[in-house]
Design a binder for this molecule. Structure first.
Ligand code: NIG
Ligand code: FE
Length: 435
């Protein structure tokens, strides 16, 4: 541990004072001094093996109006009374992380299902009696206030671990009213969190499961396409439309119909693909532009060729794969073979991944699946941002948002090695220290 840093009063969450004792919260000119900057070295969607690693000790990160203006030797840092200085005394400073795939708005829990799965029940079978629809019942029953406060709680958990951007999918409402309600709550949190330091990217995932009470699949699909999606679009309630394409959820043909409407309305597209089995979803990729395609445990080489041809970001979800007993190593090997790139995320949800920790996802991807730690670092920073179509964060480079995390560990080699603790000492969002 970097005890010098972790004992430093100026660098723990809640203590936001510069060396001279002045408050640095409201400043628009800040120098983070004596930073050991470790970051992806490019904002381009490069093959992961070509992504340069920036590793520079004794740096000053110069921040103006929430944006990184320069990264230069501490000896060349600007000075003068207009600059607030925060000395991190040699600590590692990395870009804040991005969670590009979560189902963080829900109520209730499915612990019994989880343990039954550990003892051999399958996720497929559970979808018939409980599964996603069990969480839908609990979520519909919950008040707006409790959904709002739960979501804020989980976002706070992400934030304290250095995550400043979180995608949140609807999908536990599964009716017009309930999906609009969930998206409205996500957007309410989005407004509040803008001041409170997490940025939220909302996704409409009405096609997460078929609701139990639906007269027919076609009926519910028509409701999504004709009724809900236009309202979501007109009211600006979601950036993305996502579909769970799987034998337990929606067919490729149904997804095609939904994406056709979503694309026509001008939504950006995401997809849950090849999570439980392989299918011919490749034709969706050939037809529509996807920002990201996520899961991919059963993806084939030809599928990934199309993913990279289109400039789409594949998102691996190690915690879900770990729990369901699937392998992301095979997908990763294909990605490497094709000279591709990838993002990772937690897939945080009460069914298959009840862990709001990207650090744990990194650890599992490293220990269980053997993915290299520096690639996982890129996957959770620059490529995570790209999986949300964001080009202004994920690397400590001039022009990017000053979304930063100060770590307690002395080097990135410690990630996945020292595990089970939060390695984040302090977070900056848009150049402001997080309380
Ligand atoms: O990403 N794949 C669909 N959705 C989640 C699981 C949601 C649930 O089981 O509640 C996932 O694994
Ligand atoms: Fe998911």
């Amino acid at each position: 541990m970097n005890s010098k840093n972790s004992n430093n009063n100026g660098s723990s969450i809640g203590n936001c004072f510069a060396e001279d004792g002045t408050d640095i919260k409201d400043t628009n000119k800040l120098v983070i001094l004596n930073a050991h900057v470790v970051s992806p070295g490019s904002m381009d969607l490069l093959p992961v093996e070509d992504m340069p690693l920036l590793d520079k000790p004794n740096q000053a990160i110069v921040v103006e109006d929430g944006v990184i203006k320069a990264v230069l030797p501490s000896t060349e840092a600007p000075s003068g009374s207009q600059w607030k200085v925060h000395d991190v005394k040699g600590a590692l400073v990395i870009p804040a992380l991005t969670e590009c795939h979560t189902h963080a708005i829900f109520s209730g829990e499915r612990a019994a299902e989880f343990h039954a799965r550990i003892e051999g029940e399958t996720y497929h079978d559970q979808q018939k009696k409980g599964g996603i629809n069990a969480t839908v019942s609990a979520t519909r029953y919950a008040t707006d206030e409790s959904l709002l406060s739960n979501l804020k709680y989980w976002l706070g958990v992400f934030l304290r671990q250095g995550v400043t951007t979180v995608e949140v999918k609807s999908g536990y409402g599964l009716s017009h009213e309930q999906e609009i309600r969930l998206l409205s709550i996500i957007n309410e949190v989005k407004q509040q969190q803008q001041q409170a330091f997490v940025e939220v990217a909302p996704t409409y995932l009405g096609a997460h499961a078929v609701p139990k009470e639906a007269k027919s699949r076609e009926d519910y699909i028509e409701e999504m396409v004709m009724k809900t999606m236009p309202v979501v679009r007109n009211e600006g309630l979601a950036d993305f439309v996502d579909v769970f394409v799987a034998s337990v959820a929606y067919t490729v043909e149904e997804a095609d119909f939904i994406y056709n409407a979503a694309h026509g309305l001008g939504f950006s597209l995401k997809a849950h693909l090849w999570e439980l089995e392989h299918d011919n979803s490749r034709k969706l990729l050939e037809k529509y532009p996807f920002v990201s395609v996520d899961h991919l445990e059963f993806a084939q080489r030809e599928d990934l060729e199309v993913v990279f041809d289109q400039g789409t970001v594949p998102v691996l979800l190690p915690l879900t794969a770990w729990h369901l007993g699937y392998d992301i190593r095979r997908t990763y090997d294909l990605i490497k073979d094709l000279k591709g790139y990838f993002a990772i995320s937690t897939d945080f949800n009460p069914g298959t991944s009840f862990s709001p920790s990207l650090w744990q996802a990194i650890t599992v991807a490293h220990i269980e699946f053997g993915l290299p730690i520096f690639e996982l670092f890129f996957a959770s920073t620059v490529y995570g941002a790209k999986a949300l179509g964001l080009n202004d964060r994920g690397a400590v480079l001039p022009g990017n948002k000053a979304d930063l995390a100060v770590l307690t560990v002395p080097s990135l080699d410690w990630l996945g090695y020292l595990h089970g603790i939060n390695p984040v000492d302090m977070v900056f969002k848009n150049g402001s220290p997080v309380q």
